[in-house]
Design a protein around this ligand. Sequence first.
Ligand code: FEO
Ligand code: CA
Ligand code: CA
Ligand code: CA
Length: 624
Amino acid sequence: TGTPAPEAALLGFSAIATSVADTIVVPEGYSYQVFIPWGTPITGSYPSFSVNNSGADQAEQIGMHHDGMHFFPIEGQDPFEGSSTDGLLVLNHEYVEPRFMHASHAGQALGSGGVIVAGDGTRNTDEVLKEMNAHGISIVRVRKGMDNRWSVQPDMLNRRITALTPMELHGPVRGSSFVRTLYSPTGTLTRGTLNNCAHGVTPWNTYMFSEENWAGYFRNGGDNPREHARYGVNASPTGRGRYAWELAASGEDQYVRFDASIKTADATGDYRNEPNCFGWMCEVDPFDPDSVPKKRTALGRFAHEGVVFAPAAEGRPVVCYSGDDSTFQYIYKFVSADSYNAATASGSLLDNGILYVARFNSDGTGEWLPLVYGQNGLTPDNGFTSQADVLVNTRLAADRVGGTPMDRPEWGAVDPANGDVYFTLTNNSARNTASENDPNPRVTNRHGHIIRWAEAGGDHSATSFEWDMFLLAGDGGESGQVNLTGRDLNGQVLGQEAYMSSPDGLWIDRDSRIWIQTDIGESSQNTGVFEIFGNNQMFAANPQTGEIRRFLVGPVGQEITGVITTPDQRTMFINVQHPGATTSPAQWAAGEATSSWPDNDLFNYPPRSATVVIWKNDGGVIGS
Ligand code: FEO
Ligand code: CA
Ligand code: CA
Ligand code: CA
């Protein structure tokens, strides 16, 4: 890495127009294949997809709502050097849409969470199980065959990790009173992972998956300790979890635990601590099918969008960045206490170090503020009793030390050429004149922006940095409103080839092409000030010139998320998440949907999230 490609070659395709069609659109000279849609069999008895699949079937199939993703060359080597035709595709499944999952839901007017609660106040247990097994991550061996077509390979490494998979807690929170539960009275284990949005890849070639909007899966009945309250666990006395899993008819512990109001006589273990076992970055070695996934608590607890690692340097700390995707939340970085050594590096490097929160000053400088127990007011006087407490309550600690509340930090990326760090800030309609500031400069920020910074001295472990604005997303001036008008790095109004709203997914390839993916929410897509943008899409940008070109537009109702190429950059994988999410309850009750992608057969197939494989017909580098 290191040397940027010649500028002329960086973006070599012709930008495409916006689209509202229920299909994938790619530039002239490119082709694509829809791959591993929700329900594709990958393990066990390889059950084929049907809306009648059971909860057990789902545990052997690709999950729902594909998100962050990485391609691991099968040799498990440096991702720039390994196979480009054979590897493990590892991807997250963020959440589920029950109305598309269960035969019983077809044609039904569904209530909160899109689920059916019976007259006796219970949910069908197998439907709950199926929803839990559609969460998590998939590890699947994939191989390139004739005509650029990829296929799933039966393999011992194929694996599902779900909302039920046993996982270990590691780092300072392990064993603390915050995470002792009936399931694990010692506070060392927990069950499953939830709402896995973006991902990360460690310098030692393992996969990390985030836990973003986990809080909504729980209720606490109004017993609302600060480690629930600051994250928004439902505290209504009559509230339910997102999908009411706690109401599963069987009454088994693995479901009932989502009711965090339930107390036991034994104070060492009850359900009140279940929500504290979520909100972490998790790690798994995809090449070890027996490995127990680990939650790395030193990286903090919040609505983790994902994590991006700085390039590892021998003898230097390991550094990674992570955003908390909620309005007015923060950007963090972790710096390991121990140094990186390529021969011995492992996930234990992530268990000991300092978590910092970013403060962006108005003069273009910034500082990293440590979240260390006993420092900067993180003391018993202010309610903090230990480093475990600081980490379980990361948001409160960041509030206390004075981080800069941002407009929903989503993905980050590091430019391999110069180490610049980029973060998408997707939108924040609640930003107002009182909270407006230079790093979040627009009142009612509906279209979002991308900020970037350079660490002092080019050292990712530095405690200061200099930042600037890479992009103000928005329209091409058509609205006539300054806060809705997009501007590039040079302050130029965006042309039709570049205008966009709500940047979310972000990745920088080895030539320093910046890939930007959008997520206009389903309630806003193709309406009002968002109409001009059409369906959600993906762009490529040049970090030197600020030039941006639209590369792909997806079908109706989805967001584009997840992006990686093979090492040779000749195959790209992206994800289409929640096609048809714009379908209204009335439409669904009438047997209709806004999208039938990708099967075009609504009678047999609901709209399905899927991966899309993209290649250049001349065999060239994607984007060149
Ligand atoms: Fe799951 Fe912040 O996107
Ligand atoms: Ca996202
Ligand atoms: Ca989303
Ligand atoms: Ca988003």
